[in-house]
Design a protein around this ligand. Structure first.
Ligand code: FAD
Length: 484
């Protein structure tokens, strides 16, 4: 292909991956300049990537349904295929006589070499291949310290990108496409079995979420006309809808950080400049997580701080199971773990408390917790999940110092003072007075009995004693803290 004309007179393939949207989709926009477009989503069954979790798959099913509707409306039906993209993409190029393949960059190192291989092979056959930015506000390899390294501490990283976060302008929305002459046969979404059936555990997810691009923008609007006002103070209160809950939409690329930042800048909310700044900084944590992951591709498996390689983690299947089920006897921990199971999401403050409990009170390796979150979160994200787990465990970049061990009673009393969050998620404690809801074991017998609570029967005794568990973790840390 020599000139732009001959390039655009042929069809383009739009390869959707973790960018399940039509607006602010630079790759789709590039494809729309062609005479016709063949949009495809491939369920990769060949490249040994990390298996996605059940909650992610539930979301993916619904998000793909919405994308199918949008692409039908725009005139180019989405083709679903399973197999190896390395084989399928060249086959599609051939069968459709496409001159170009476009995609948006994904930053998970698991896909880096696959994407480069496909790009190289197609280019050597004279096919135009272009990948676009969009998932992030910055390119993780391009932000560098003055010493020409990547950032390992959040604050200077944020300072380095803060003034440019509004620079990335969303791509224009496409209007209408022509489909390719002969459409390859698409697989049926239902046949991919992404939804749980026996048992159907997704009732709480259905009640809580509206996957898809429209749902993402409605949620953003709702947030900007409500909870952004007061966000800086309230974002730590799990019993109040005080955060955006945009994370699963971001994880599936139904909305971009650039769209969020732009909507915030243009919004006529009364939110203070502090509310706006704190929210932008949270989006910055997502950027920082990707910055770390891209520069440390082994982050999902390997301690950022190698001192933790010698940490004496416990093999404690019983403790792990109690934590997963929300049966540790610590109400704020159990409320978080049950919110996660019911809705596929957990409030950030409680993610920190539950992760701290697992890694410090139970001294269970953060990788077990990361795996459970990966399987159960609708927003499971390779960068944010890994970086956050390591951050809480103490092994991560810019991590919370190990000796700062969250006290689950104080955390509950401080951030859920009336116990609303616990009452919602741990119904067997619903009648407990606020004074005891975060420490039912301290309640007099008549108070427990009035609330219908029988410790050890209707609700568990704490599986570890806070003070003893804290001391045990500190002693273990003492043994590794001076290691090289
Ligand atoms: P808001 O407060 O409205 O923030 C807006 C956006 O900023 C979020 O949607 C998210 O994209 C980003 N953000 C906010 N806080 C963080 C943070 N600490 N780190 C990175 N990005 C952030 N987030 C995920 O998206 N996927 C994960 O798999 C994930 N795993 C986590 C595991 C642990 C142990 C912890 C402590 C945190 C994890 N987080 C993860 C980060 C954070 O808890 C969620 O992003 C946040 O709770 C999402 O809710 P929200 O959209 O209402 O956030």
């Amino acid at each position: 292909m020599t000139s732009d004309d001959s390039l655009h007179n042929h069809p383009a393939i739009m390869w959707f991956r973790s960018d399940l949207r039509t607006d602010d989709n630079a790759a789709l926009h590039a494809a729309s300049l062609h005479t016709s477009v063949l949009p495809v989503f491939i369920r990769d069954t060949a490249n040994g990537e990390r298996e996605t979790g059940g909650a992610h798959d539930w979301w993916l099913h619904h998000s793909l349904e919405r994308l199918q509707e949008n692409m039908d409306r725009l005139g180019a039906p989405l083709v679903l295929l399973s197999g190896n993209p390395e084989e399928l993409i060249p086959q599609l190029v051939k069968s459709s006589c496409a001159s170009a393949v476009y995609w948006n960059r994904r930053y998970d190192p698991a896909f880096q070499s696959l994407d480069s291989r496909i790009k190289k092979d197609l280019q050597s056959d004279g096919i135009e291949v272009e990948s676009f930015a969009g998932q992030l506000l910055h390119e993780p390899t391009k932000v560098r310290t003055s010493g020409d390294t990547y950032y390992k501490v959040y604050s200077p990283f944020w300072r380095a990108i803060e003034d440019t976060v509004e620079d990335r302008q969303p791509a224009p929305a496409p209007e209408k496409f022509n489909p390719v002459d002969t459409l390859p046969e698409s697989e049926k979404l239902e046949d991919w079995n992404l939804l749980p059936t026996k048992p159907d555990w997704a009732g709480g997810l259905r009640e809580t979420w509206t996957p898809g691009e429209k749902g993402a923008h409605e949620r953003l609007e709702e947030f900007l006309s409500g909870a952004i006002n007061g966000y800086a103070n309230d974002r730590d209160l799990p019993g109040v809808e005080s955060t955006s809950r945009l994370s699963p939409h971001l994880a599936h690329g139904e909305i971009t950080p650039a769209q969020i930042i732009q909507a915030l800048a243009e919004s006529d909310t009364d939110a203070s400049s502090k509310d706006r700044t704190v929210f932008r900084k949270e989006i910055g944590w997502r950027e920082f997580s990707y910055h770390l992951l891209v520069n440390e591709p082994e982050l999902p498996q390997v301690n950022h701080n190698s001192r933790f390689d010698d940490f004496p983690w416990n093999e404690d299947d019983e403790g792990l199971a109690a934590w997963q089920k929300g049966m540790t006897g610590y109400p704020i921990v159990d409320a978080g773990m049950r919110e996660l199971w019911r809705t596929g999401w957990m409030h950030n403050r409680v993610r920190m408390v539950t992760a701290s409990f697992l890694t410090k009170h139970l001294m269970i390796d953060w990788r077990h917790g990361e795996r459970w979150f990966w399987d159960t979160l609708v927003d499971a994200d390779p960068a944010s999940n890994t970086a956050s787990w390591q951050w809480v465990a103490g092994s991560g970049a810019d991590a919370a110092p190990y000796f700062r061990i969250f006290n689950p009673i104080i955390q509950g009393e401080k951030f859920d003072p009336d116990g609303d969050y616990v009452r919602l998620n741990v119904p067997e404690l619903a009648e407990m007075p606020s004074k005891y809801i975060h420490k039912p074991w301290d309640a007099p017998e008549d108070v427990l009995s009035k609330a219908g609570v029988r410790l050890g029967d209707t609700y568990p005794h704490p599986i570890v004693d806070h003070q003893k568990a804290r001391q045990r973790a500190l002693d273990a840390y003492d043994k590794i803290k001076d290691a090289a």
